[in-house]
Design a protein around this ligand. Structure first.
Ligand code: NAD
Length: 340
């Protein structure tokens, strides 16, 4: 266990089993140098306890890097609640999770993540103030995430294509759910020509009706001849099978963990395709959860989110100067803030 903790530079790993509610939860606090650790709570079934431990450590580490580069006063942490196999009372479970968080004295602040709901955060808030994004806060991260991705796309277009606007560019969006749809609206407003794909036909139709988007089948999006490909659905979509098919100059989208592994970032770089590191370009939601928790106004949240564009411009310039992939530069910048 200590091997894993050391390998990830993790500060703390906490376990809680609560007999009454059936809660089995793990909280990982990766780094608190820049502030208390902030990160969502996953509520999913895991194959094994080991899988849950690996997941929470990996995700907490990712949050440290994301918060550092997004310049918010927070460290990185994450929680997982192992979904019980037997019947359980959801309210009691999340209240018990709230007590677990409270016992850590504010070193970890939770929020919604895969499988957990805003109403679950309301239950957490009964037992601790260390939670962001309850129904009282009314924070929907998706529009802000889309705004950050839009700012990042504008920065990428400027760097790679020497253009000041997306007007007239062909942009392929994979996944037009909460973030992808809001992004499509911003790009359409600026005159981009959109090609979209989504596993959900109703979501595709909405883009046809509202943005006059072209569409392709789910598996054909990689072959679209376009200026920019924006993955806004699943992770792992930039991989050894898909990269040879890409016919774009830029990959910049909202999805987490777009590269199937680090090597793929090098492959994109060597092919001259500019990649906007996912954890930088999609940090708008984190900025909102972080600054919303600190009761900052929406205007400041939007302004700080738009500033992700300048952060990315700097990363692209350094990537060009060092001839290194942008995500490697981003990691170095974050590591200097977290560890030096
Ligand atoms: P969502 O579930 O609302 O939308 C995802 C969409 O992708 C859905 O419409 C789904 O049908 C579609 N999809 C799934 N598989 C697909 C495939 N193979 N091809 C095409 N479309 C496919 O999710 P979201 O909140 O919009 O998030 C999108 C991505 O952005 C996720 O990877 C998420 O982790 C990441 N992200 C979201 C936020 C946020 O604020 N919501 C913040 C940071 C990162």
């Amino acid at each position: 266990m200590f091997d894993r903790i050391e390998r990830a530079d993790l500060n703390e790993l906490h376990f809680r089993h609560d007999e009454a509610s059936g809660l089995r939860a793990i909280i990982a606090i990766h780094n608190t140098r820049l502030g208390p650790a902030l990160g969502g709570c996953r509520f999913i079934a895991y194959q094994s306890d080991d899988d849950a431990i690996d997941d929470v450590i990996r995700l907490a580490r990712g949050m440290s890097y994301k918060a550092a580069i997004a310049n918010v006063p927070q460290g990185g942490g994450k929680a997982v609640i192992l979904k019980p196999m037997q019947a359980f009372d959801r309210q009691e479970l999340f209240q018990a999770f709230g007590s677990f968080i409270h016992d850590l004295g504010g070193r970890y602040i939770t929020a919604v993540d895969s499988g957990s709901l805003i109403t679950d955060m309301d239950e957490v808030a009964r037992n601790t103030p260390y939670v962001s994004g309850t129904s009282k806060d009314g924070l929907d991260p998706s529009p802000v995430t889309a705004l950050g991705v839009y700012a990042g796309i504008v920065a990428a277009v400027k760097h790679q294509l020497q253009r000041d606007s997306v007007n007239g560019l062909r942009i392929a969006i994979q996944g037009v759910g909460n973030v992808g749809y809001a992004l499509a609206a911003l790009l359409h407003r600026d005159g981009a020509r959109l090609i979209v794909s989504d596993a959900d036909a109703r979501r595709v139709q909405r883009c046809i009706d509202e943005f006059a988007a072209d569409t392709v089948a789910v598996d054909e999006i990689y072959d679209v001849d376009c200026d920019l490909f924006a993955p806004c659905g699943l992770g792992g979509v930039i991989n050894a099978d898909t990269i040879p098919r890409l016919r774009c100059n830029i990959v910049a989208g909202a999805a987490n963990n777009q590269l199937s592994d680090d090597v793929q970032g090098e492959v994109l770089h060597n092919k001259g395709i500019l990649y906007a590191p996912d954890y930088v370009i999609n940090a708008g939601g984190l900025i909102q959860v972080s600054l919303g928790y600190l009761k900052k106004p929406a205007s400041e949240i939007n302004q700080r989110t738009l500033a992700l564009g300048s952060t990315l411009s700097d990363l692209f310039a350094r990537s060009h100067a060092d001839n290194s992939p942008p995500e490697q530069i981003a990691n170095r910048v974050a590591e200097a803030l977290l560890f030096d």
